[in-house]
Write a protein that binds this ligand. Structure first.
Ligand code: FMN
Length: 209
């Protein structure tokens, strides 16, 4: 597999073919790739909502300035940051590390204290920014993995976050919608697929020291 040709073939799909559904096995692979995303301390302070229900998607589309990708794609993934992260969340995470790696909890106490310390040093706004960044890393995993799998996507932040949160009932879960990945297959009519990539030249992007 040539990763560069896959990344050149992918583009932010504006028009999906609404008749095409991503097969469940491929969708599973995409979700698994997203699950494997790296995150700060490994905390994964976000959830990824898989929205397939047509009525909910119609509502979300209205809250996304009418963008057709929300209803015409095969599925919509909403990356929602866990802005309610707190010391209990960190304790639960430390327990999970302890179980999965078979390490006594006591051996992880300084790791837990370090994470709690850095959380306690942040304002609510700083926490929201930090957890949102982690959600965007997961988005990046999704974008690249979909390209590798031959699945088309559109990353989207053109939507009203509080409206999405209301429609999906996220407030009670301590979550805030941050970014969306519409997933499916391009329409043959989508002219955007023919546009050349606009990217800085290597020498303008990579500054060598
Ligand atoms: C975080 C993010 C948000 C974006 N939001 C939207 C959006 O709301 N609607 C849309 O049509 N494209 C959206 N895009 C797509 C970009 O416009 C597109 O990725 C960029 O122009 C580069 O083109 P390419 O992805 O086709 O190579 C978004 C991209 C990113 C990474």
């Amino acid at each position: 597999m040539d990763i560069i040709s896959r990344l050149n073939t992918r583009y932010a799909t504006k028009a999906f073919d609404a008749s095409k559904k991503v097969p469940a096995a491929e969708m599973d692979q995409l979700l698994e790739a997203i699950r494997l995303s790296a995150s700060s301390y490994g905390l994964q302070p976000y959830k990824v909502l898989l929205v397939e229900n047509p009525e909910i998607r119609a509502e979300l589309r209205s809250a996304a300035y009418g963008q057709s990708q929300i209803t015409d794609s095969s599925a919509v993934l909403v990356f929602a940051a866990n802005t309610a992260i707190n010391v209990e969340t960190i304790d639960q995470f430390v327990n999970m590390v302890s179980e999965i790696r078979n390490v006594p909890k006591e051996a992880l106490s300084s790791f837990g204290d370090m994470m709690k310390g850095s959380l306690q040093n942040m304002s609510e706004d700083q926490i929201e920014i930090w957890v949102s960044k982690q959600a965007y890393i997961a988005l990046g995993y999704g974008l690249v993995s979909a390209a590798v799998l031959g699945i088309d996507t559109c990353p989207m932040e053109g939507f009203n976050g509080p409206e999405f949160d209301r429609i999906l009932g996220l407030e009670k879960l301590g979550l805030k919608s941050k970014v969306v990945l519409a997933v499916g297959y391009r329409s043959a009519e989508d002219q955007y697929q023919h546009l050349a990539k606009v990217r800085y030249k290597k020498e303008d992007l990579f500054l060598k020291f």
